[in-house]
Design a protein around this ligand. Structure first.
Ligand code: MSP
Length: 486
């Protein structure tokens, strides 16, 4: 079984903030789960940068830089940000790369040859923030783009159009045949009603763009940035649609860009005679302390800064446990600090430290026989007990319920802490050493389960947990997993 995960490719007119990090960390966490389950070679993870946009030109100009120099710097910033916070992608695609241009030309030519691209005139209102034409009905009361709070500009251009309208029925059939083509359900319903309300052909070239990929059939036009960007999912995959990872793609995107991914992209693929991807999962947006994240509000938090203070694993879990993946929510910096202190330092960290210290103290660091039989239900062997516990975790991952998976992990932490406190094992060990051995064995079993789940959830901490758990015979040295003073 193969799995292919992607994040959106991000615009380079700005540096990454924790909204982008949220999507990338969530995808990386899903990837880690599947790599552990299927083997590293069976999962491919692609991220990258979307560079052929007017935003790029404007941002480079504003900084007084030449476009190629600006692009190099920004692509490097995005790539190193992800590497710094512990993202393990297989490849990083930039839409200014030759391999991408080639693929865009290839798809464009195929779709054109099919007769699905024609020349026409476009008169409409264009929002440069969204990089899309907006209908009058989509504007707010002041006539502004509701997302960018700016009036769209009037554009009248000779454009090439893609016959999106031709794919209305085919798309509906695709959705009907593939119940999980777009998740969560609420997004699926939104997109389905959008398709049912009637699709219009879309303009896919710009005569006025200063920068971008030229059309293979007309050098005076540049490919519309979204038509170009979506193709990254094929250009970034070795062998593109002929790869063993296609069509196993799961595109993780924010809910803001579902229409592009769930209407235009599958129609482009159908037109090019390529099997559509397997799934789009559209996650929600979060506010910071109740406020929309915006440069002007000064609350556009850098993932690097947060990770520097709390560590990469804390950033990952803090973000992913704030609200369920797929929903909207809030990320509170105060809650995050509290989460770090109580759940990570005081919960997991403290548990590991206490258990290992006590085993050194009372059992000379030795693991005892019959380990773990204590916690299984009557009639269950140790392995059955473990598998049934992990099943819940697996189920949450199958459903991409990342917050639930994290809660499950903390449920095991809490049950271990409870056992420790209820049995007062440090006292029991003095009164009845044999009885305490059983408790220690159960505790160790729980720690092993946690270290196992941590390989997915806390990838930098997991090897340290495993080291503390030692070998078959003895536990390792105790260490502080999450320092309480950050
Ligand atoms: N370049 C396009 C995507 C092309 S994909 C073929 C783009 N880029 S973007 O830089 O604007 O990134 C948008 C994505 O960033 C969202 O879809 C979402 O995943 C993420 N987020 C940005 N702000 C966010 C929040 N406040 N909350 C959650 N995710 C956020 O669109």
């Amino acid at each position: 079984m193969k799995k292919y995960f992607t994040t959106p490719i991000y615009y380079v007119n700005d540096v990454p903030h924790i909204g982008h990090a949220y999507c990338t960390l969530a995808t990386d966490t899903l990837v880690r789960y599947w790599r552990k389950k299927l083997g590293r070679e069976n999962v491919f993870f692609l991220t990258g940068t979307d560079e052929n946009s007017q935003k790029t030109v404007d941002a480079a100009k504003a900084m007084g830089k030449k476009i190629p120099e600006y692009l190099e710097e920004m692509a490097d910033t995005w790539r190193t940000t992800w590497e710094t916070i512990g993202i393990e992608f297989n490849d990083f695609i930039r839409t200014t790369e030759e391999r991408h241009t080639k693929k865009v030309h290839e798809l464009f030519t195929k779709i054109h040859a099919k007769g699905d691209i024609y020349k026409g005139k476009y008169v409409g209102k264009y929002c440069h923030g969204c990089e899309t034409f907006l209908k009058e009905s989509e504007l707010d009361e002041a006539g502004n783009c509701p997302d960018h709070k700016k009036p769209p500009v009037d554009l009248e251009e000779e454009n090439y159009f893609f016959k999106l309208s031709k794919y209305e029925k085919k798309l509906l059939k695709l959705y009907e045949d593939n119940p999980s083509f777009l998740e969560p359900e609420s997004r699926r319903n939104e997109v389905l009603s959008f398709i049912r309300s009637g699709l219009e052909d879309i303009s896919i070239s710009r005569e006025t763009s200063e920068f971008g990929i030229s059309l293979p059939i007309d050098k005076n036009h540049k490919v519309y940035v979204w038509f170009d960007a979506l193709i990254n999912y094929l250009s970034g995959l070795p062998d593109g649609e002929n790869s063993e990872f296609w069509p196993e793609a799961v595109h993780i995107v924010g809910k803001d860009i579902t229409r592009f991914h769930c209407v235009i992209w599958p129609a482009m693929l159908l037109a090019a005679g390529i099997k559509p991807y397997k799934q789009v999962f559209a996650h929600g947006f979060f506010t910071i302390d109740g406020e929309k994240m915006a440069k002007s509000l000064g609350n556009s938090v850098s993932p690097i800064e947060l990770a520097k203070k709390y560590g990469n694993d804390a950033l990952r879990l803090g973000l992913l446990s704030s609200f369920e993946f797929g929903n909207d929510g809030d990320f509170s910096l105060e809650h995050f600090d509290d989460f770090y202190r109580t759940r990570l330092a005081g919960g997991v960290g403290n548990l590991f430290n206490r258990v290992i210290v006590l085993i050194h103290k009372f059992l000379d660091g030795k693991k005892t026989e019959g380990q773990g039989t204590h916690s299984t239900s009557p009639g269950q062997t140790r392995d059955e007990g473990r598998i049934s516990e992990l099943k819940t975790f697996d189920r949450f991952f199958e459903e991409k319920k990342l917050k639930s998976a994290i809660e499950y992990f903390f449920g095991v932490v809490d049950s271990a802490n409870e056992l420790l406190n209820k049995t007062e094992v440090w006292r029991l060990a003095k009164e009845d050493l044999e009885a305490s051995k059983k408790v220690f064995a159960t505790l160790l079993q729980k720690l092993e389960e946690l270290a196992d789940m941590a390989e997915t959830l806390l990838p930098e901490t997991a090897p340290r947990m495993k080291k503390m758990l030692g070998d078959e015979e003895k536990v390792g040295e105790s260490e502080i997993l999450f320092p309480s003073r950050v």
